[in-house]
Design a protein around this ligand. Sequence first.
Ligand SMILES: [Zn+2]
Length: 130
Amino acid sequence: MPNPAKSWREIPQRYRLEAGKCTKCGAIAFPPRLICPQCGNREFAATKLADAGKLLTFTIIRVAPGAFEDQAPYAAGIVELDDGARLTAQVVDCDFAKLKVGMRVRLEFRRVSEDGAAGVIHYGYKFVPE
Ligand SMILES: [Zn+2]
């Protein structure tokens, strides 16, 4: 089950695509972290993620968990953004047969899921072929 408090806390980051850039080695962490996974540094500068990149890998989800049930089948991909950060998200507005590794995609802010009982709609980023 989605945790409402968690979703709420993540909205600003998702909306602005705000990431942390390590002041020591330049690694980009998204969502921002306290400790750099590359070098262990604890200082980050806020940075905005690139809004496009290339598809590294993808899979077609045919049986989806809970909140995503009504959206299956859908494609989930890992994308390397132009600034080197990697994100996992749904790939939408595409023909599955035309998806291929290395293709260009851009990030868009879309509805991710809806909590039927409470009518709460969650938003987040999705990838759309360029
Ligand atoms: Zn670092």
